[in-house]
Write a protein that binds this ligand. Sequence first.
Ligand SMILES: C[S@@+](CC[C@H](N)C(=O)[O-])C[C@H]1O[C@@H](n2cnc3c(N)ncnc32)[C@H](O)[C@@H]1O
Length: 254
Amino acid sequence: MIDDRATDPVAYLDQVAASAPGQGFKQRVLRLMELSPGHTVVDIGCGPGTDLGAMAAAVAPGGTVVGVDRDPMMVEVARSRLAGTAGVRVRHGDAHALPLADGIADRARTDRVLQHVDDPARALAEVRRMLRPGGRALLAEPDWDGLLIDSAEPELSRRLTRFIATEIVRNATVGRSLAGLCAGVGLAVRSVETHTPVLRDFGTADRLLGLRRNVRRAVRAGHLDGGAEEWIEAVAARPFLATFMMFLVTAEVA
Ligand SMILES: C[S@@+](CC[C@H](N)C(=O)[O-])C[C@H]1O[C@@H](n2cnc3c(N)ncnc32)[C@H](O)[C@@H]1O
């Protein structure tokens, strides 16, 4: 999610996960995690439990999946959705102080979470603490400077990207910093790749990226002038193309 203030965050996350770009991204994330039967996995910032079922299937038999989220509403939704799924637990907790013992996890994941936390380095130190030797972290985070929208007025596209990156998302450029942050907490980086979904349908892009909503906010905040609302409608009316950049990093406890 671009920001924490979507009107219905659960519906928003469901829409992202169900979209074609979301599915492609999540499949790649799961593949990079290399889950095996018996693994203990921690999904930090699990949201409404979006991927807990898929992870549980990949670590069965004998595995455990622990979802952690700081938002009690997300925890409640995840618990109710995963009730009855063997091997899944959902905990209320903060990424900066995970409610889990040292060295218990084979795998840890963040999917669009470090972009929101107060201190990504501290959250990664927690990941390091909780992983066992040989354990792997998969960090999937955006870099919002990489949001590009085709437009007859590219300067307005640049200014919208700048508004989102500087005013809306707390750690908007965390994607490019993940490898360095991992090294800083003693995690050995094994791979870094980018994932750049190409969106060719305005409706999908508006749902995933909140384009109209963020243009309205930028106008209210004085970062774009009133004409920007007409501009985004013109963008919607012509053949559409937008892309944005996700970084997928795997790092291990050496
Ligand atoms: C963009 S959502 C992603 C949810 C989930 N990973 C998914 O793929 O659907 C970000 C989630 O991170 C959670 N979150 C943000 N900051 C957190 C923190 N400091 N500790 C734990 N969870 C956090 C939010 O409550 C939200 O559920």
